[in-house]
Design a protein around this ligand. Sequence first.
Ligand code: FAD
Ligand code: NAP
Length: 313
Amino acid sequence: MILDCAIIGGGPAGLTAGLYTTRGGLENVTMFEKGMPGGQITNSSEIENYPGVTGEISGMDLMMPWPEQCQRFGLKHEMVEVTRVSKDGDIFTIHKNDGTTTQAHSVIIGTGSRPRRVGFAGEDELFGKGVSTCATCDGFFYKGKEVAVIGGGDTALEEALYLAKICSKVYLVHRRDAFRAAPNTVERLKNTENIELVLNSSPDEVYGDAMGVTGLRVKNKNGELRDIEVPGVFTFVGNDINNQTLIQEDGSFLCDMNDQGQVIVDISMSTSVAGLYATGDMRIAAPKQVVSAAGDGAVAALQVISYVDELLH
Ligand code: FAD
Ligand code: NAP
């Protein structure tokens, strides 16, 4: 059987594409997601800018009902990692890490992004032993203790605020003295008593013993070193695009990309390849928001419905 549409990735973009394709009448639609559906927002302790959702809600709570809503309209879900998407004539082939393949008339890709590593000494060696990229997952281990947070964007500041409620003290280490985060978040940060700002400073080395991290050494712009004795270091320095599935056997990309590895799309989420649509954080000029990723999924799905109809009739 050839699928009407294969959806790669089950974050806000993929799930919304699943809802709109199936509810819009396509019968054979499968979403390929390597983990639990929901995407990276499920790592966020709090989301307060999804329209219509008020009150304190975690990313996990927000995303919980989305898969069930899609499945009610017939979306199928395969929990598997897609290794490559290729196209021969009008047919796409989805290559999976269990060695099997699936064919499809159209593809909506929304594989999002992943946390970037900062690149300081000890970061990789102590990852998972005190170095973390997820406050919701690991914050509780440091209840009543001191931790350090690296970064100056929305994620770093929001997660520092979250950790400040659990931990006795949070050192916010940022390489500049101005923040990328939204002004009201910066204001909240500055008004939080148990957050110390360590500005114009970058991590130099994280060190520890057999039990895990014991401290972080930071270097300021004058080259002065400071040791911060903490058992936990949380890094939030941005994301890299998950575009590996678009890489072909000869190393080229299936469709046009920009120099930052983002997929080039037009306003209908169409890529340079007919029948292939890219959505959410992985596309050019993505606002990197749940609401915009969901919007992209809906736009792409409506395009797919017309594309498949024209292709088959
Ligand atoms: P993602 O959410 O990244 O989902 C992609 C999915 O694809 C993942 O589930 C992944 O497992 C899957 N996948 C990847 N590769 C493969 C593969 N090869 N095969 C199969 N599956 C694959 N946005 C807001 O609007 N408000 C906020 O308050 C907010 N807070 C945030 C806090 C944090 C800590 C983070 C990290 C992000 C936050 N964001 C927030 C941004 C928001 O989470 C993203 O913009 C949004 O999740 C992007 O959705 P997406 O569907 O494009 O990708
Ligand atoms: P980001 O906005 O790219 O910020 C990354 C931060 O890490 C920057 O402050 C950057 O410093 C710093 N950094 C990068 N590389 C570094 C290095 N090697 N060493 C030290 N510091 C380094 O990433 P993000 O905060 O994850 O946000 C990603 C996107 O999601 C953004 O568009 C953001 O607005 C969005 N988001 C939105 C919300 C929300 O709406 N509430 C919440 C979370 C995320 P410089 O500032 O000096 O470059």
